[in-house]
Design a protein around this ligand. Sequence first.
Ligand code: PMP
Ligand code: GLN
Length: 382
Amino acid sequence: LNRRLDGLGTTIFAEMSALATATGAINLGQGFPDTDGPEEVREAAVRALRDGRGNQYPPGPGVPELRRAIADHQRRFYGLAFDPDTEVLVTAGATEAIAAAMLALLEPGDEVIAFEPFYDSYAACIAMAGARRVPLTLRAPSFRPDLDELRSKITPRTRLLLLNTPHNPTGTVLTDEEQRAIAALAVEHDLLVVTDEVYEHLVFDGAAHTPIAALPGMRERTVSISSAGKTFSFTGWKVGWVTADAPLVAAVRTAKQYLTYVSSGPFQYAVAEALRLPDAYFESFRADLQRRRDLLADGLRAAGFEVYRPQGTYFVTTDITPFGEKDAYAFCRALPERCGVVAIPNSVFYDDPDAGRSQVRFTFCKQDDVLHEAATRLRGLA
Ligand code: PMP
Ligand code: GLN
């Protein structure tokens, strides 16, 4: 393993899912739903396969039907206009979009300011690009960014701000005011912004997701990333996308060409149909997840955890200090044995593991009876 990948080993998601499989524990670790997405979208994939659409290499930027559907989605939900031919790129999940964006936009030695706790692929992709990640720590209990601190972290080497809202793992949804302040800094210092919005439709309590690309001065400097995995409950399909100004999309496309060349064909046609589902789909998915958030958050609180109720995503971050425990990683390693549940230690999402030492993340994208059973088992911990 070269030095760039030093310390990146096995992702925590693979490690904890393997632990769940080995022990038969309820897996509230890795974020994937236990119910597949809409029947009609699955049917669309079957139709595409059967009709021979996408069974051979599709066009590099993505099939035109999907690129048009992505552009229409950005217009419908956010009033953003993108040219499907030059300003939209289909990728192998958001994961590839993140990798391609980092490889395309960063020079070795560049600095990238990113929230911490961070989604693990950010650290890996910034490292693979030879750049340096500069953390902006979101601190409990509110997990809001300190914008003065952000300003103080900008140096002449800063090239890019890597945002994630709604934020995994804390569930923070940036307010319009926070995003305006971040945008003003990006314009003032002429920075690029890469924004990971895979949880764009998972915001609760009447909050709304605003893409930073919609703010003045941001369109030409922002690469927006999303994916079908979370919004439509098809995490295994690995269809993601990038929307940005044409020169930025061209740059990311250049890197993407040599990572996967193209993304899987038939699923692209199905996701094109998914993006055109009526508003009612998005609303009921959100309402259902909000209900399950409450179910799990209440269960975790009753079990004795300190709970930080998320405004978005499908994760709840907790603190294990009330159990007299401090080490989230050791806690998560032992949890299946102790009570038959798997969770993710947030400590691995911090440069300084001490910062998130006692934080543990649980997902609630599971059926009610699974969440109830997990909560019952966790009550045995006290
Ligand atoms: N970004 C964040 C914040 C995520 O939580 C995930 C996990 N789904 C991804 C990106 C990766 O998305 P995909 O599965 O589409 O590659
Ligand atoms: N994004 C999901 C999570 O945070 C899982 C992604 C992965 O396994 N890489 O749980």
